[in-house]
Design a protein around this ligand. Structure first.
Ligand code: AHG
Ligand code: MN
Ligand code: MN
Length: 340
């Protein structure tokens, strides 16, 4: 693409918004704010090896995990940018115990709230592998003009207005989904803008890559173990054995799944009977994106997006990716569950 053909994310978002004459532009502004946060976090991620920013911060977050310095930096950046914008009534973050309301007049009159996992895959920082930021945007259910409430953050994924992620990989990309579809934008460092590089992303219906922490196999259910055997079975005419790929950053594993197809699974297991990944910060936004791209996300029983959250930091098992591959995994998992 020649330089003068570049379409920036802002230009693209504004064009999309114009399809809805009643739109106020608040959602576009929020996406721009999130893009700005992504650029600032990106700048710090890129120099992580050079500065004293690597290593643990010394605090433990609400999930009992050690926070890395970059987690804290990313969290603060998002909280401040959204606070200073006029389009966000409040936020909830994987790194904070409770939601945060912005109580100034502009914020109290904003119709959206944002949830985020400020830095996903943070155990990969020290080894220079891809990490990311995941975000979700809901229209608030509480009264405009007043501070937001917890109910705004406990909405099911099927109420999402938009969701996306920024991946700090070999290049930096922002991918976001609305009900209109999924588009990807690559950061052009010379102009400091995300530019449309992956229009109208569609996840292939079939895939050949399965992605999960295979080291946990002994803790998996019989159905899950049977599915793994199916993936590894040598049936060349059916395209098996499949390849196994697992980075350990959900953003990175899902980005590959979105583009190449396949399945990503973090099931319930003996150590994590409710799964490990968080419904509101990780599983809902990723399912919204994958569904908008034609794929599927399930907790093993039903659609992730239909789960009514009861607490901010709840976890869920997840099976997500190419529709046919997810359906196949569910066949195995559900077969053993009904027999037992
Ligand atoms: P986070 O860095 O936000 O805590 O998330 C880590 C998550 C997710 O990105 C990844 O898919 C998963 O943890 C990896 O878990 P295992 O190490 O148990 O496989
Ligand atoms: Mn995460
Ligand atoms: Mn995180």
């Amino acid at each position: 693409m020649s330089q003068n053909m570049l379409i920036t994310m802002d230009e693209f978002t504004i064009q999309e918004t114009r399809k809805f004459p009643q739109a106020t532009g608040e959602l576009s502004a929020l996406l721009r704010d999130l893009g700005l946060a992504g650029k600032i976090i990106n700048k710090h991620v890129r120099k992580a090896g050079l500065s004293d920013i690597l290593g643990q911060h010394g605090a433990t977050n609400v999930q009992g995990e050690e926070q890395m310095k970059l987690d804290v930096f990313a969290n603060d950046t998002l909280i401040n940018i959204l606070k200073n914008s006029t389009d966000c009534a409040g936020i909830a973050s994987e790194e904070n115990d409770d939601h945060v309301c912005y109580e100034d007049t502009y914020s109290a009159n904003s119709k959206y709230v944002v949830l985020f996992d400020p830095l996903d895959g943070s155990s990969n920082i020290d080894v220079n592998a891809s990490i990311g930021t995941i975000f979700s945007i809901y229209r608030r259910v509480s009264e405009l003009g007043k501070p937001c409430t917890e109910a705004d953050f406990l909405q099911p994924g099927n109420k999402l207005m938009a969701a996306g992620y920024i991946i700090y990989g070999s290049s930096t990309m922002m991918v976001y989904a609305t009900k209109l579809g999924v588009n990807g934008f690559t950061l052009e460092p010379s102009i400091g803008e995300f530019c449309l590089s992956h229009p109208n992303i569609k996840v292939p219906e079939n895939g050949k890559i399965y992605s999960l922490n295979q080291g946990n196999t002994v803790k998996y259910s019989e159905g899950m173990q049977n599915f793994l055997n199916f993936c590894m079975e040598n049936k060349k005419e059916e395209g098996r054995p499949y390849s196994h790929r697992y980075i350990g950053s959900m953003v990175a594993d899902l980005h590959r799944t979105l583009i190449k197809g396949g399945i990503f699974i973090y099931p319930a297991d003996k150590s994590n009977p409710k799964g490990k990944l968080r419904l509101q910060y990780e599983c809902n936004p990723m399912t919204f994106i994958v569904e908008a791209a034609g794929g599927k996300g399930s907790d093993g029983k039903g659609n992730i997006l239909d789960i009514i959250p009861t607490e901010l930091h709840q976890r869920t098992p997840i099976f997500i990716g190419s529709k046919n591959m997810v359906n196949k995994a569910l066949e195995f998992v559900q077969e053993k569950e009904t027999v037992a």
